[in-house]
Structures are given as structure tokens and as C-alpha cells.
Design a protein around this ligand. Structure first.
Ligand SMILES: Cc1ncc(COP(=O)(O)O)c(C=O)c1O
Length: 411
């Protein structure tokens, strides 16, 4: 493929995203912050608007037409998620507000009732705070211990060290599929395989995996897989906890309220069936419908094509960044997706982010909710460019030019 051909599909996909068609500080927007939150295609915006305009009502309880329509669209989105990640049944798809809530659900409902003092939760050093703090909370509550597998200076999980840490005290392993700070694609298959041999459940934080990779939870054979709608071109406040049905069956509800019950009296409450026993209260109906539209959009293109395109673009971005005088790449994993963190000379990342913004280039700066990663590299933060299917080589070239400008300003 030549350079022009490589940017062709993205040109078509890019046109689907209205927010990208604007100027910032007088410059055409280059959006390189999709790891924080991705833009939404018109199909998602329209699906939410159409629901709001004609179908809005509460789900599950109504006998009237609008409630039926809302329920159908909301539950239809759950069916799409089942197919998208190849779950076995809709009972395995718990709708949450995002990855954070999904992980907290597992910590509080699966782990808290069972953890004993001295048990271990094993995570890695490159986790997002959402895959650290819920485990710290449940460890405090139960006397269990949080154990952290190290990473290497290239930003990869030290797999041998992690496997060494798996002993009979490990109750659950939680790890990212893709690091949001470093872009590292983690060796989850090898970890799951070892965990299977010892019957240890594994939770995968898939927040940065789902938007970029073709996910098949049955092929992975993970026990839980958590992800967020807004990172995969859907609305904020939506997310998914996939859990194996046999495990979810054994778990108590973690929040009480409407919709998660079959029968309530002051003596006893009978909880609803899966997945509703984990979905207390009125859900984010419009958001979930938008998430369903995002899945339609992604499947319309095909996750394998997206992954292939993004992989090529990521290689290009990393190669171009390497050519910049004074750049220090943070995270140089052999297998990476979408993200590249870096520092430029001794320019503070916030200053760099501001200068780039004035040239229309949106990147993320700071610790990226992964302070332990920053501690590993002895830094307080990085600048992070993250790609999505709507980016192209021109965006990368604009990033590089903007970095050149920043160097001129700081000379
Ligand atoms: C790897 C990873 N895990 C978890 C989260 C938390 O996602 P949310 O804030 O949507 O719950 C993020 C968000 O940046 C992330 O990148």
C-alpha cells in the first residue's frame, strides 16, 4: 500500500465524525486524545437524538408503546454487545456506567464476600487507577493483599515475573488489555492460560482494548472483561461488565433499588435474574442505545480492518516521533496499540499540550490516571498522542510540525 492508499479508508471514516470538522484557535482540529474519550460518529448522535425525540420512556416496567420501544432499543443494544465480544448469552452482559463501575462491581460483589486475610489480588504496574484503587479498597475491607507484577523499562509487563507471583494465595488477577499510558498490548492470553491451570479468575480491563482490537471473550477465556462506551465512539456514562454466567450467578447484587428485584417485602427481597440483579435503578437508556449504534458502526467497518489500519498509522507516528530532536519516548513495547507517550526536551507536558492546542492539535498531558507508571519512569507526567480510526498521516504530520513549533518557542 502506498501512503495515499493507506489514508483512504480513514478519509471516509473521518467524514462520519462531525466534531472533527472544526477549527480550534483558527487551525483545523487534529484530535489525538481518543484514549481519553473518542469522538462520536453521526450514526451515534442520530440514534440518541431519535430516541430522545420519539421513543423516550422508562424501560422494563411500562405497558405503553413508548416504554416498549425504549425497552426494545435498550435490550437490543445488549444483544449487539453479546455478538460484538462473542459472549455466550445476554445474561453475561451487565450494563454499567463504565469500566470503573464494572471493576468496582467485581471487587465488591465477587471478591469482598470471599476474600480472606492473606489472600492476594494480583495486578500489574501499568494499570489505570480504575484497576488499582477498587482492589485497594477491597483489600482494606478484607485484610487481603495487593500484589503488583513489575514492568520493564520498555513499558511491557514482565511476564516471567508475573507468572512467578501466581501462587495458591492469589484469588484473582486483574490486568489491562492495553495500557492507556504506554500503549502496551499486554500478554493476557499467557496469563489467562496459567490462571486457568490454577483455577484463578482473571479480570481484563478492556477500556483501551475494545476500541482497537477484535475482542472474543470466549476465545480469550477470561472470567470478566470490563470496558467503556465513550472510548469506543459511544456516549459517556455507558459501559459493560462481561462476566461468565456461572460466576455472575454466584455473586450477590452490589447495589439495591428498582429493577434489580423480583419481589420486595420488609421481611425479604427476591432479587431479579441475570443480568438485571446488577442493574439497580433507571439505567442510562439513551446512552446504551447510542452504544448499540456505535457497535453497529464499528461492525460496519470491521474490527480487523480497523486494527490493521491503526497499527500501520501507529507505526508511522512512532517512527516520525523518533526523528524529533530531543524526544524521549515513554513506552516502547514490541506490541502496542493506538497510544504513544513522550517527553520533549525539558518542556513541561502541560506547557507542551497548551502550545499544541494553540495549533489545533489536541493531545493529553499529565499522569493519565496511571501514577505508578509515572513513578516507574521517574517522571510526573507525559504528553500522550492517541489514535483512532478517524486519524490519518496528515494528523501525525501536524503533530510533528506542532512539536517543532514548541521547540522554537522554548529555544
Ligand atoms: C485502561 C483504562 N482503564 C480504565 C479506565 C476508566 O474508564 P472510565 O473512566 O470510562 O470508567 C480508563 C480510562 O481512561 C482506561 O484507559
Amino acid at each position: 500500500m502506498d501512503a495515499a492508499a493507506k489514508s483512504m479508508p480513514a478519509a471516509a471514516w473521518r467524514a462520519d465524525f462531525p466534531a472533527l470538522d472544526q477549527s480550534v484557535h483558527g487551525q483545523p482540529l487534529v484530535y489525538l486524545d481518543s484514549a481519553a474519550s473518542a469522538q462520536q460518529p453521526a450514526a451515534v448522535i442520530d440514534a440518541v437524538a431519535s430516541y430522545q425525540q420519539t421513543d423516550h420512556a422508562n424501560v422494563h416496567r411500562g405497558v405503553h408503546t413508548l416504554s416498549h420501544r425504549a425497552t426494545e432499543a435498550y435490550e437490543g443494544a445488549r444483544d449487539k454487545i453479546v455478538e460484538f465480544i462473542n459472549a455466550s448469552t445476554r445474561n453475561e452482559i451487565v450494563l454499567t456506567s463504565g469500566t470503573t463501575e464494572s471493576i468496582n462491581l467485581v471487587a465488591q460483589s465477587f471478591c469482598r464476600p470471599r476474600l480472606q486475610p492473606g489472600d492476594k489480588i494480583l495486578i500489574t504496574h501499568l494499570e489505570h487507577h480504575a484497576n488499582i484503587v477498587p482492589w485497594q479498597l477491597v483489600c482494606e475491607q478484607t485484610g487481603a493483599e495487593l500484589v503488583v507484577a513489575p514492568i520493564t523499562d520498555s513499558g511491557e509487563v514482565d511476564l516471567d515475573a508475573l507468572l512467578e507471583l501466581i501462587d495458591e494465595k492469589v484469588f484473582l488477577i486483574g490486568m489491562a488489555h492495553v495500557s492507556n499510558a504506554l500503549g502496551t498490548v499486554c500478554p493476557i492470553e499467557a496469563v489467562i492460560e496459567r490462571a486457568r491451570q490454577r483455577d484463578i479468575p482473571v479480570l481484563i480491563d478492556g477500556a483501551q482494548g475494545v476500541p482497537h482490537l477484535d475482542i472474543d471473550v470466549r476465545a480469550l477465556d477470561c472470567d470478566f472483561y470490563a470496558f467503556s462506551g465513550h472510548k469506543m465512539f459511544g456516549p459517556t456514562g455507558t459501559g459493560v461488565l462481561y462476566g461468565k454466567e456461572a460466576l455472575l450467578e454466584t455473586m450477590p447484587p452490589w447495589q439495591g433499588g428498582g429493577d434489580m428485584i423480583l419481589e420486595v417485602s420488609f421481611d425479604k427481597t427476591i432479587y431479579n435474574e441475570l443480568p438485571y440483579k446488577f442493574e439497580a435503578g433507571t439505567p442510562n437508556i439513551s446512552g446504551v442505545i447510542g452504544l448499540g449504534a456505535a457497535i453497529d458502526y464499528l461492525q460496519g467497518i470491521g474490527m480487523r480492518d480497523i486494527a490493521r489500519y491503526e497499527h500501520d498509522l501507529h507505526d508511522y507516528m512512532v517512527a516520525e516521533l523518533r526523528k524529533v530532536d530531543g524526544i524521549r519516548l515513554i513506552g516502547e513495547a514490541r506490541i502496542a496499540a493506538s497510544v504513544q507517550s513522550f517527553q520533549l526536551d525539558d518542556i513541561h507536558s502541560h506547557d507542551l499540550g497548551t502550545i499544541l492546542d494553540h495549533q489545533g492539535v489536541a493531545i493529553r498531558t499529565g499522569h493519565h490516571c496511571a501514577m505508578p507508571v509515572m513513578q516507574h519512569f521517574g517522571i510526573s507526567g507525559t504528553s500522550r498522542a492517541s489514535l483512532a480510526l478517524y486519524n490519518n498521516r496528515d494528523d501525525v504530520d501536524r503533530l510533528i510540525a506542532a512539536l517543532g513549533k514548541a521547540k522554537e518557542i522554548f529555544q
